[in-house]
Write a new protein. Structure first.
Length: 312
């Protein structure tokens, strides 16, 4: 028996929702949970990454049949990631976002429901910590994002507090089928190794469930982020043109200076923001330092006339 999932009770069941369904246990459970909760206007969305040959095609076929069984519209897309420039995970995530954007335009629905769960959240937090990202940075239950095509999506993750094992047990108890991805158990990606090696080792060392600790830590971090966002609003460090106001920034403590730069860079689509980058940005506030800092993708932060602006 799964615990209560508040989102299923509070979300509008009359509105249209796009549902990401890979064919795996988590997304199949999400689809059945939505149907059981009375959601009537769903669109199943499945993207074939083309990475596992006939198995990928089998996943797409399974999802198509599942949607047809319940009379649900189904969008199946295909991409070729063989010529990617980014890492596989980054390229796959971008491809999914672009695919959801296409589905959103076709069905006039920006709302996407995804099946990320507590174990996914723990992996995300751990990986972000290892990369040097800002604090306990995990996935949000609700998130707005803008795709490369400019489409704005609402992402909803109602299962972030539910364990993968709970979802599998729920499916088994109801004799519901799903597709197993054998590559999940292979050490061929960072997330696989975190899931199958790092987290079990942390559990063995600590004698505790690290997933629960990471999920709780993420909730605490979100409270801290909300407080920081409020403090930045009060500080009012941007001018009417959206540039950073140097005198206002200098009056802030260093922690808020870093948060102001992080928010500014995020709003301008700068990726891979870590502590080292933020320290370089804060250094711009000192006139003894160079007036420019190089960012990723050829972007430059430049200080001048009491303002800091981003140039590409």
């Amino acid at each position: 028996m799964l615990p209560n999932i508040p989102w299923l009770l509070s979300a509008s069941k009359r509105r249209r929702w796009l549902v990401g369904v890979s064919g795996g246990a988590d997304s199949v459970a999400l689809l059945h949970l939505l149907l059981d909760a009375g959601f009537k206007n769903l669109v199943v969305c499945h993207l074939d990454h083309g990475l596992r040959g006939k198995v990928s095609a089998g996943d797409a076929k399974f999802v198509g049949k599942l949607a047809a069984k319940f009379g649900i519209p189904c969008e199946i897309g295909r991409v070729d990631l063989s010529g990617r420039k980014d890492s596989l995970e980054t390229a796959a995530r971008k491809a999914r976002h672009d695919f959801f954007a296409e589905c959103a335009r076709k069905h006039r629905c920006p709302r996407v429901v995804l099946a990320h769960h507590a174990d996914d959240q723990a992996e995300t937090v751990l990986w972000n910590l290892l990369r040097g990202s800002h604090g306990f940075k995990g996935m949000r239950a609700e998130q707005n994002l803008t795709t490369s095509s400019g489409m704005r999506l609402e992402i909803h993750r109602p299962l972030l507090e539910i364990r993968h094992a709970e979802l599998v047990e729920w499916l088994r108890s109801r004799k519901l089928a799903w597709r197993e991805d054998a590559t999940n158990a292979q050490p061929i990606a960072v997330r696989n190794r975190l899931r199958n090696e790092a987290l079990p080792l942390l559990a063995e060392i600590s004698g505790r469930d690290p997933v629960t600790a990471f999920v709780r830590g993420t909730a605490d971090a979100e409270d801290a982020e909300a407080l920081a966002a409020w403090a930045l609003t009060q500080a009012n460090v941007r001018d009417p043109q959206g540039r950073l106001h140097v005198p206002a920034l200098r009056a802030l403590p260093p922690v808020l200076q870093r948060l102001a730069f992080r928010a500014f860079l995020t709003d301008h689509g700068i990726a891979n923001i870590d502590r080292a980058l933020l320290d370089r940005c804060v250094a711009l506030l000192d006139v003894k330092n160079p007036a420019a800092a190089n960012l990723t993708g050829g972007a430059i932060l430049r200080r001048g006339a009491g303002r800091i602006r981003l140039k590409r």
